[in-house]
Design a protein around this ligand. Sequence first.
Ligand SMILES: *Cc1c(COP(=O)(O)O)cnc(C)c1O
Length: 391
Amino acid sequence: MQMQNAALRQNVESEAIFDTHPEVSLDFQYVQEALKKGYSKPFLLVDSNIVRNKARRFKAAMPRVQPHYAVKANPDPRVLKTMIEEGVGFEIASISELDLLLSLGVPAVEIYYSNPMKSRTYLEYAASKGVEWYVLDSIEELRKIVSVKPDAQMYLRIDTPNIGSDWPLAGKFGTHAAEIKGIINEAAKLKADLAGVTFHVGSQCRNPQNWRVGIERAKKVFSDMRRAGLTPRLLNIGGGYPVRHIKPIPSIEIIAEVVNTAIADLPESIRVMAEPGRYLVSDAAYFVCRVVGTATRNGKRWMYWDAGMFGGVIEVTEGLRYEILSDRKGRDIPWSVAGPTCDSVDILMRDEMLPEDIQEGDFIYIPNAGAYTTAYASNFNGFPLPDVMVL
Ligand SMILES: *Cc1c(COP(=O)(O)O)cnc(C)c1O
């Protein structure tokens, strides 16, 4: 395990695999046009054509892998409609996400319930609406699902390395090797239809080898399932496909080479799906906010935006680095950047190099911010939710 990790880490550092295919971004001209109509609060400007193209590019890169969009990345109904038009399925974590999809006419069978911890009430509701596939990663969740819906089709979320992911998810979810057989045996004993395996390599994953390791582990689990008398039919390779910010990324085509090779020897009876969230929506949008004020504190420069970690710009607080643009041309100096609320955790960046002449009223533009921004925003401290505008 130690050696394997060292090899994976080395792979992340060999940047040769990065940036081999061009990435798109919303044209800044659309942002300028939107601003001509005025500005009242932070907004996200999404180009649904880019969403459409990303869905097509994902499918073209991995023809055997059916994408199921992770609704949480950006649940705007117009974004969801674009996915529907492109024949993309869905992955949900809650029943309000389920209701939203059903209201748009998505058949329940195309909706996968991929949250490993579901309340009994939510399970009953999802089952009553016709959702067929449910994830689990513990023996308790297996028993819970079966007690609510004895004929549920289930997939086991296993632990995979999150090395090289900017937003790791390992630890909270994912069955470890030591517990897998116990769950499989319990499923066989209950005559439950445990029929798939899934994993999540971590969000904004810059290391394609994580998918290879996940798929190899899944194949071992399939063998264990067959030995126990179960009938594996689903491989769900999860989310994590990255988009361009500051750091170089492997293109979807590079990740696809790894995935396509790893799934090549899977029997036809195993359906392969994925759960891209960020990849399908992030570079379709600009997030726009405004500087409400600046200050010097103890010799250091501070700027305060009208959207902070409660207003949609939250991923920076866990290490994701956005490109931050303004209309100023002054030399770059280190700034501390904070949100508008009175909570002391609402600090976005320290020593971020930005033009020294930025001042009150300036606009701030964040490209490729269509995922995990507006979806996270709250009204904390009375500040408004950002608008979402869709082209
Ligand atoms: C969040 C999530 C995804 C999407 O992840 P991305 O990194 O945005 O691609 C997919 N599957 C599950 C279960 C998730 O929780």
